[in-house]
Design a protein around this ligand. Structure first.
Ligand code: NDP
Ligand code: 2IT
Length: 445
């Protein structure tokens, strides 16, 4: 590894102890940037990497709220405003019991490069709380969101920082967050994306991450004369990203035979019925285990990891970080997987991702593959600023164009450095280049 990169990475690990997810994300990115730093010794003189790995601002706050029985709970709230070199901070909010500073920093760091890859003017940020909406009533979720926003509102704004959804934050939560922001600030602006279609949201934002993943994979598959027609897919998760990845892959002729939630997975040899999944997850907010009540021929298995033992052509991890480890990667490869598309953020461990690439599996890394969500968020911001709405077809075609461009940019970046077909390196390098030149132009700040 380049000596400067190695030193900054060692320093980062020492100065940010107990942040394994942040260390993992930083290691993965910095390792592939090593080759860029070999070519650009001036970056070291400018202190570029030291600035890049330190968030511009971290906001941590108390989120007290009362449940329906009057009991008081206190959660932790976070917003990491990582890098604003190319635009206002932009990135989702995650509500999940496992959220901590390390998780938010890893997500915020990745977001910088992902947002750069979209080609749109958005910086990197991420936020969240260790609150889990699962099992809470709508009123409890509303009170929590209002308490969360009663602190966050002073740090965000349509030209400052624009949060959106992520795990545990969907249309319901964005609605409550937006309503309270508007009450506190007395402004109806594009301060959050993923808003409902009646109050400033964009068509296609709901579908964008899942559709975008399939659009990018489609372009990648062409490299090997492959497509989705007749292919067997396994998709982990059954949330926003997973559902719309299923929808688009199926439209293109694939069959999705398994999906999961954090309790277990369902296997349906006839193809997972997406209407049933939408009813369970989007309408009833129930567990995926209930799928077999609708489809008695399907099988439910407790635990998530086993989903990767199912033979498939394309594996699409769309749930959470580190859901595919080396062991699962080896099983997928032994079962003949042809391509992996990361719908979730960092769903493959570093060694799993390396193993896929070494084994000749086409690998679409998260920063590129799931950038459709935030890209569509930027399109929502554009529509808000223009006080207009675009049609579904207009937004969808812009999204597709962006995803196809991202693929060619990451492919070209890899080729420029003699790493043909290494889309992990390509995504990190292409994402980094624009941020780096913007930071240098803007000086030490
Ligand atoms: P949702 O909350 O809509 O769905 C998450 C899904 O993943 C649920 O099925 C959930 O199960 C499952 N899941 C969550 N945590 C775990 C876990 N620890 N182990 C196993 N399963 C788990 O979230 P999204 O679909 O929005 O997000 C999924 C992934 O995609 C995340 O990594 C997110 O960061 C990433 N992403 C999301 C974007 C977006 O626009 N929403 C954009 C880009 C990336 P359960 O119901 O049991 O909680
Ligand atoms: O990880 C992500 O890119 C998201 N959760 C979407 C962020 C956004 O601002 O739309």
């Amino acid at each position: 590894m380049n000596a400067y990169v190695e030193r900054v990475l060692a320093d980062l690990i020492k100065r940010n102890p107990n942040e394994p997810e942040f260390h993992q994300a930083a290691t993965e990115i910095l390792k592939s940037l090593s080759i860029v730093f070999d070519k650009h010794p001036e970056y070291e003189e400018k202190g570029l990497l030291e600035m890049l790995v330190e968030p511009e601002r971290i906001i941590m706050f108390r989120v007290p709220w009362q449940d329906d029985n009057g009991k008081i709970h206190v959660n932790k709230g976070y917003r990491v405003q990582f890098n604003s070199a190319i635009g206002p901070y932009k990135g989702g909010i995650r509500f999940r019991d496992t959220v901590n500073l390390s998780v938010i920093k890893f997500l915020g760091f990745e977001q910088i490069f992902k947002n750069s890859l979209t080609g749109l003017p958005i910086g990197g940020g991420k936020g969240g709380s260790d609150f889990d909406p699962k099992g809470k009533s709508d009123s409890e979720v509303m009170r929590f969101c209002q308490s969360f926003m009663s602190e966050l509102y002073r740090h965000i704004g349509a030209d400052t920082d624009v949060p959106a959804g992520d795990i545990g934050v969907g249309g319901r939560e964005i609605g409550y967050l937006f309503g309270y922001y508007k009450k506190l600030v007395n402004e109806h602006t594009g301060v959050l994306t993923g808003r409902g279609l009646t109050y400033g949201g964009s068509l296609v934002r709901t579908q964008a991450t899942g559709y975008g993943l399939i659009y990018l994979m489609e372009e990648m598959l062409k490299e090997k004369n492959l497509d989705f027609a007749g292919k067997i897919c396994v998709i982990s998760g059954s949330g926003n990203v997973a559902i719309y990845a299923h929808e688009k892959a199926t439209q293109l002729g694939a069959k999705v035979v398994a999906m999961s939630d954090s309790n277990g997975y369902v296997y349906d040899a006839d193809g997972i019925d997406l209407d049933v999944i939408k009813t369970i997850k989007e309408v009833k907010r129930e567990r995926i285990s209930t799928y077999i009540n609708y489809k008695p021929n399907a099988k439910y298995v407790e635990g998530c990891k086993g989903i990767w033992n199912i033979k498939c052509d394309y594996a699409l991890p769309c749930a959470t970080q580190n859901e595919i480890d080396l062991e699962s990667a080896k099983i997928l490869v032994a079962n003949g997987v042809l391509a992996v598309g990361e719908g979730a953020n960092m769903p493959c461990s570093i060694d799993a991702a390396e193993y896929f690439q070494k084994s000749g599996v086409l690998f679409a890394p998260a920063k590129a593959a799931n950038a459709g969500g935030v890209a569509c968020s930027a399109l929502e911001m554009a529509q808000s600023s223009m006080r207009t709405y675009w049609s579904f077809e207009e937004v969808d075609s812009r999204l597709k164009h962006i995803m196809v461009n991202i693929f060619h940019n990451i492919k070209d970046a890899a080729m420029r450095y003699g790493l043909d077909g290494d889309y992990i390196a390509g995504a990190n390098i292409a994402g980094f280049e624009k941020v780096a030149s913007s930071m240098i132009i803007q000086g030490v700040c």
